[in-house]
Design a protein around this ligand. Sequence first.
Ligand SMILES: [Zn+2]
Length: 411
Amino acid sequence: MENYSLARCRICNSKVTRFLDLGKTHPPEEFRRKSELGRPIRTFPLGLSYCPKCGQVQLSHEIPPDVMYKQHFFYDYSITKTGDKHYTELAELLKKKYKLTNRDLVVDVGSNTGKLLMIFRKIGVKILGVDPATRLVRVARKNGVPTIDSYFDSACAKRIVKAQGQARVITCNNVFDHVTDLHEFMRGVRILLKEDGVFVVEDPYFLTFFKTLGHVVYHQQLDYILVKAFAKLFDAHGMELIDCERIPWHGGSIRMYIAFKDVYKVNRHVQEFINEENRLVLKNEPKALKSWGGKILAQRDDMASLLKKLKRQGKSIGAIGASAKGNCLLYYSGIGPKTVDFITEKSNLKVGRYTPLGIPIVKDEVLFRKQPDYALLLAWNFSDELLAKLSPYTSKGGKIIVPIPKLKIVG
Ligand SMILES: [Zn+2]
């Protein structure tokens, strides 16, 4: 039997050491039809390892991409306002910073339903999406966004260059840390990017996760990004990190700007990020990482024991937001339909389905209609936006359980 272990560093190929074990879980975006509920649940070990050589932090085991993305991928980021505002700002910033014109091509890798590219089209550049999730590619094309139904690699990059020329900007939001082979991806970037082009990556930043515990470990995210380790990846491909900044996204993310060497000046931020990583995480590993892992386990156990205690007291519990991370968190905490009655969700792609353990996914309004005693917030990334919308529930006495970063009850 294959165990899908990631025994070697995804950046430098050295042997890695595991420092966190969260048990096993199903693919994070697995939401089943009613008829599929009796089927066995296929699970994969979930944990984190680090590389003593380059400082990379990565998943201990991976789920084969075909299991992960072709069958179970429902995330539709067009449904939150937070995403809309964030991507409008990103498009305008890149246009201004790199003086993009209508002759420039912007390629978004992991383009989902085409939301970011629709914004880029509005500001007057040429656009192209790449995404392997067939279901989402169909939606993107309906939105008028030209999209290639594929993983991004050097073959895909060559195909784009042949048809449309090289790209001035390649964006990759919350996808780069998901890719199976980082080096093959970078070979694709080298082929597709113009000499003065910029590759812009946004992903959760591990140092923020380390400091705040405001994120979760889950299978879609293979890399828990530290600038120090990723600078080595870019260097191995003749490129360099020219700037990086923190952005308030997914509980604290990083935006990295990567270009060919010696084309742009390297901002001092890059060294500042590395200095802080060295000070807080890498100088003290594995001790610092192991003690951090203990806090992640405590976070999980605190949530599970609160929910089970409330249930024993006869309270009803719903949940809000059938996110991939939330779905995973419930499973590895051992929370199923005996504890949580339903999960509300905005995306029509998920409503009517079930978590693998059998919790039904229902429309948002069910929360107000059923008015359970407690509602577990599984979409904590968007909690400000959501909390305002939940006032009809809390004003009638409903209490919200926020599990991340620190377990608390609101309302
Ligand atoms: Zn390494």
